[in-house]
Each structure stands twice: as C-alpha cells, then as structure tokens.
Design a protein around this ligand. Structure first.
Ligand code: FAD
Length: 267
C-alpha cells in the first residue's frame, strides 16, 4: 500500500469480534492518523455486521479514538468509544440524555452511522456536530432518520449537548427492556420496522419465529433477532434473511429492509 508506508495492520478473528459470531480471520488496517485507504470498509465493534467469507479490505479506528472529555460546555467523544463507557462517564458526571445507551452494544462511530436508539431515543438527539476528514459538520447538515443517516465518511469524533441530570430510573427501564431480548449471539434486529408495523410481528405471522436453518434461526423469543445457535454460517444466515423477505413480501406486499449490514464481496 504505497501511500501508507507505515500502515499498521491487526489480525482480527471476526467470528470473535462480531456479536453474531460469524466471519473469517482478517488483516485489518488500523486508522491512527486520520488517513485511510478509499477502498477500505470501516468496522466498529461489529454488533450490526454479518461478515461473508470473501471480504473487501477492512479498516478500524485505533484506540486513539477512544476518549471522552468535556470542553467548552460540550461533551466530546471519540468514535471508537464503547457505549458502556459513555453511560458510565455520564453517570459519574451527572449528565442526562445517554441513559438509552445502557447495554446497547457498539462504539460511538457505529451508533452515529446507524442512528442507533431505543424507542424515541436516538443518538442524533443530543448530537451537536461530528468530525470527518473534511472537518466538523453540524447535525443539521447531516440527513438522518430512523436507523439511517447520510454519513458516508469515517467519523473520528463528535460533540454533544450536556444536560442535567443522569436519570437512574430511566436507565433501569431501558435495562429491563434488554432483559426481554434473546441471549443467543445476534446482530440485534435483523430488519427495520416498516412504517406502522413491526418486523418481528410480520416474521412471526409468516411462520418463521423459531425457524431454523443449520445453526441459524429467527429466535423463538423475538422473531426479528437472527441468532447463532452454535456453528451458524454466513450462508444459512443469508438464506433465512432472504426467506423472511420473500414470505413477507408475498403475503403483505411489504419489502422488509435489512438492519443487519452484510459485508461481503460477493453476495
Ligand atoms: C444484542 C444486540 C442488541 C442491539 N440493540 C440495538 C438497539 O436497541 N438499537 C439499535 O439501534 N441497535 C441495536 N443493536 C445494533 C448495534 O448495537 C448498533 O447498530 C451499533 O450502533 C453498532 O455499533 P458498532 O460499533 O458495533 O458498529 P458496526 O456494527 O461495526 O458497524 C455498523 C455500521 O457503522 C459504520 N461505522 C462504524 N464505525 C464508524 C465510524 N467511526 N464512522 C462512520 N461509520 C462507522 C460501519 O461501517 C457500519 O456501516 C443491537 C445489537 C445487538 C447485538
């Protein structure tokens, strides 16, 4: 890689990194100084990604982007910072608005790209601005909606409003909701909820709740969670996703949109 003579690569077992437990071992380009190859696919903590066997070049932010500090009355957070660390910081400094990140797995960069959230709470709500290689961009200039944004660059850091006060009771409610989620390895919700409906309800109504191919299944506990029951494979996961989309479309004329991101060269 001629333009990156001092590039550092890390060998990462993606089956261990990804929350769904699927993927090969890969050499991942570590972003240290805000320069990165244009053809690299950026990964965060891989809580929303299903990796194929044949992958594009991957890259990841280094630990340098794992930080939180308060500056000029704003909260500045590095994009490699895990959500759990953000919640702990806010609790310690009595800052409100981030309670919903409790047990929402991922790093800030992944959460921003996905506009991650729970019910009415989304990471774009407290966002002020984010920084990419083109500089700072204020929230109002970035398209965003339910689980989608116009972010198409690596985010290095972001700033957020600081509100009083951390709400322990609210956090307890969010944590209780998490207890109803399947404990088996997954990548969170398989599909986005279509307007006015729930992906889980639709999957269940076409007979796929608990349906299994190999070691992959739509959870018997929550049909919109695609879970790995042991040695689940990429092919089995894709077969289930495709099957659910086909059945729901045939029955309801609704196109289920994947929330899980498939990262594979050929798919
Ligand atoms: C058990 C479980 C429960 C979950 N519950 C929820 C939930 O309640 N709500 C919810 O919204 N999600 C949920 N998820 C999904 C997941 O937690 C979120 O999508 C989270 O934001 C993923 O963060 P990540 O760092 O793992 O990103 P990854 O999965 O690694 O990447 C996701 C996307 O973000 C991009 N990305 C990563 N870092 C950056 C960056 N620095 N700059 C720009 N783009 C970047 C990647 O290219 C990719 O497109 C859940 C997942 C699991 C496993």
């Amino acid at each position: 890689m001629a333009s990156f003579p001092h590039a550092r690569y890390k060998t990462i077992d993606l089956a261990r990194l990804s929350s769904i437990g699927i993927g090969p071992v890969a050499e991942v380009f570590m972003i240290e100084e805000e320069r990165y190859p244009d053809d690299g696919y950026l990964i965060g903590a891989a809580n929303n990604i299903l990796f194929g066997n044949d992958l594009p070049p991957l890259m990841k932010l280094s630990k340098r982007y794992d930080f939180i500090h308060i500056r000029d009355g704003l909260l500045h957070i590095g994009a490699a910072t895990p959500g759990g660390k953000i919640v702990s910081f806010c609790k310690k400094h009595d800052i409100g608005g981030f309670e919903f990140l409790s047990r929402l797995p991922g790093t800030l960069g992944g959460m921003l790209k996905m506009n991650a959230g729970l019910k009415a709470y989304e990471i774009f709500n407290p966002l002020v601005a984010l920084r990419t290689r083109h500089g700072w961009q204020i929230k109002e200039t970035i398209p965003h909606a339910y689980r989608t944004t116009g972010i198409d660059e690596v985010v290095f850091e972001a700033s957020f409003v600081m509100k009083n006060a951390f709400d322990t009771a609210k956090m307890a409610v969010f944590e209780k909701m998490r207890n109803n989620q399947p404990a088996d390895p997954s990548a969170g919700s398989a599909f986005k909820n279509p307007p006015g409906d729930y992906a889980g309800r639709l999957i269940e109504s076409v007979g796929l709740k608990g349906y299994r191919i190999g070691d992959m299944a739509f959870s018997g506990r929550h049909a919109n969670f695609l879970v790995n029951l042991g040695r689940g494979t990429f092919d089995d996961a894709v077969s289930l996703l495709t099957l659910a989309q086909a059945r729901v479309f045939n029955r309801y004329d609704i196109r289920l949109e994947r929330e899980i991101i498939v990262v594979a060269k050929h798919y």
